[in-house]
Ligand binder design. Sequence first.
Ligand code: C5P
Length: 401
Amino acid sequence: MSVSGKKVLIAVSGGIAAYKIHFLIRNFIKKGAEVQVIMTADAEHFVTKLSLSTLSKKPVYSDFYGDNGSWNSHVELALWADVMIVAPCTANTLSKMVHGMCDNLLIATYMSAKCPVFIAPAMDLDMYVHPSTKKNLELAESFGHTIIPAENGELASGLVGQGRMAEPETIFNVVEHFFNGESHLESLKGKTVLITAGPTYEAIDPVRFIGNHSSGKMGFSLAAEASKRGAKVILISGPSSQLIRDKNIELHRVTSAREMLSKVFEFYDRIDIGIASAAVADYAPKEVAKEKIKKNDENLTIELVKNPDILKTMGEKKTHQFLVGFALETQNEEENAKGKLEKKNLDMIVLNSLRDEGAGFKNDTNKIKIFTKTDKIEFNLKSKDEVARDILNFIENQLLK
Ligand code: C5P
């Protein structure tokens, strides 16, 4: 199956990225699809009906009311479509879609549609990360729509960040994959992925612990992405305020490194891919005081003992598992990362340098380099969700080799 003969409804809202829609239409037409374009009134400030209808070979509608008392039926348009693509999808149109604010032809058509819906958001970076946009995208996902995330780069405002509409080729590929039945969501079907995430807390006494600032975001993003791709996901997380976004993820919450180690080895034989993104405490107090330690003396000495290295133990016991480690370094980054790849018997290591602004522990973004025994690849600063996609794409490519 391909896009040939498919009925593709492209809904354009009013953002500067609308200029890219010509290329998307051309792609579909070249591959033999039928394309119907609808748009909001605002979109007409950015692109003309004439250019869109010339390329799509059909009249373009933006209003309920046609010439000479005729009207454009949103129901007919909606039921005609095999897929609906909203691109660019502005913050305004996204919000109207998920809240049922039905005040134009595009939204009325969307609300009448029974076909799969693909959404390619486009907006300025601050709008894209605004909690209302995030919530609205989550809502759209919960309706079963596919979000084709905005990309990083230069924006029309002159600012640089995430918000650029995905390239027309990307949008086309996602929809073509869908028609081919090889949805990009299913690329890890049949695989079991174990992910460690978050910090560990090592108890000193009943109320105190040694821990670190890891948020767990990277591991939770990896779990969400792997699950989206059809994998069975076992997420073993230290104390983290992150919530799972997909109820199919099997989440095990642990506290200390020792608990994390024993939980990992409950599953280790059965997994295909192990990703250790947890920031495990290297040392733990030798003794845990039974009662709260009183502040009596000027100095307090706590003896620490080394924690088990979970990932190294996984490496030692590796039979068929594809193992991925993380390295957070402040100096001699590449050398240290490659050293760990070797020492822990890994297939791949993801390096984030604390020297890079926006990378590391608590941020929503990360900037990574990936090393295997033979390859090195460097990525730009991206959101942790995008980084998770890059990491899983890389793992999938390695598995295919
Ligand atoms: O040796 P280092 O702590 O820098 O290695 C980092 C990698 O090893 C990460 O993937 C981390 O999750 C993993 N690790 C572990 N158990 C430890 C220490 C680190 O699994 N005790």
